[in-house]
Design a protein around this ligand. Structure first.
Ligand code: BV8
Ligand code: ZN
Length: 291
């Protein structure tokens, strides 16, 4: 791992000790709005917390479990290799939950800010979320770092397709029960979603970046470029513990960009940022982004 990356990770580790000590008061919203008004390039970097008020459980909150599994343990290539049936049930459940959810006031405030200001500012939304709610809220210049629940990728020919079928295949129709006592039987692999190309027929997987997998280079490049030139960055609803996304905002702050964090509690990255607005982002974002 290159030296600068190690330096960043170690500085984050030190920070997490600092942050448990520092209690941060909410910042001056009027002052932040002044800085936002004169910004030329704005990035909004979001995590699972922005979808919490839409009823979608966050990763590290109580909702971070499905049946007896920690979500993180299912979002890995190893889990899919050992049980594609269990992992497809997990993603089928999340597709159904997200499809029934609605974008909330936080998503909508971001989309409206972009619609109203994109003639005089470059506005980019970079999300770690895969729930498609920013897209459904109307955000246009959207970078989905970790993929999307409604995209599949063929494990054989690598074709990526949008798929909003509910259920994605017949075998999953009555599956995905999140109850921790539920003991499901495995779905035979040939009943799971497969590539429709007659020359292929490979098993499909969610087009999602799992833990231990690299982000798509083109996505990383686009996100890195927006983060390297923005003059204001809003960091919304993320625990800032998942890399490489967790490095983006601290690096922007180190470069001199103005960074404002929107969360219900401080995170290991809070001490690095200029502004911290405590509260549900469905309330704080509309205040910050009203034009
Ligand atoms: C990679 C798709 C290398 C899956 C996701 C040590 C150092 C550096 C790296 C690592 C390390 N140990 C392990 C790693 C690697 C690992 C990592 O970072 N692990 C963490 C856990 C330490 N990273 C990876 O594996 C990444 N890849 O490093 O690859 C490589 C390179 C080249 C080639 C090969 C390999 C890939 C990471 C992507 C994983 N996939 N998502 C899926 O969704 O099923 S990440 C997953 O976590 C989600 O996308 C989620 O968004 C993301 C981050 O979590 P958050 O969004 O922050 O959500 P969380 O629940 O944590 O926090 C919610 C926050 O909201 C909280 O702060 C809460 O207070 C707040 N909140 C709640 N309600 C509200 C609110 N805020 C405001 N308003 C509210 N109402
Ligand atoms: Zn294929």
């Amino acid at each position: 791992m290159c030296i600068s990356l190690l330096r960043t990770y170690s500085s984050i580790a030190v920070r997490s000790i600092k942050s448990t000590m520092a209690v941060r008061q909410s910042s001056d919203m009027a002052k932040f709005r002044e800085a936002l008004k004169s910004a030329k390039e704005v990035v909004i970097l979001s995590g699972a917390g922005i979808s919490a008020e839409s009823g979608i459980p966050t990763f590290r909150g109580a909702g971070g479990f499905w049946r007896k599994y920690n979500s993180q343990s299912l979002a890995t290539p190893g889990a899919f290799k050992s049980s594609p049936s269990l992992v497809w049930e997990f993603y089928h459940y999340r597709r159904e939950v997200a499809a029934k959810a609605q974008p909330n006031a936080g998503h909508i405030a971001i989309a409206e800010f972009e619609a109203k200001c994109s003639t005089e500012k470059k506005i980019t939304v970079i999300t770690q979320n895969v729930d498609n709610l920013h897209g459904r809220a109307g955000s246009k210049n959207l970078i989905e770092l970790h993929g999307n629940l409604y995209k599949t990728r063929c494990t054989k020919c690598k074709e990526v397709l949008v798929n909003t079928d509910s259920p994605i295949c017949e075998a999953l129709s009555d599956r995905g029960d999140p109850d921790s006592t539920f003991i499901g039987s495995d779905i035979p692999v040939n009943s799971l979603p497969h590539c429709k190309k007659t020359t292929c027929g490979g098993l499909l997987r969610p087009h999602i970046v799992w833990f231990g997998e690299g982000l798509e280079p083109a996505v990383l490049e686009k996100a890195g470029s927006a983060m390297s030139t923005c003059d204001v960055c809003l960091v919304v609803g993320t625990s800032s513990v998942v890399y490489p996304a967790a490095m983006f905002a601290p690096q922007a702050a180190q470069r001199g960009a103005i960074v404002a964090e929107f969360n219900i509690e401080p995170t290991p990255a809070t001490p690095d940022f200029h502004y911290y607005f405590e509260g549900p982002c469905g309330t704080t974002l509309p205040q910050a982004l009203a034009v």
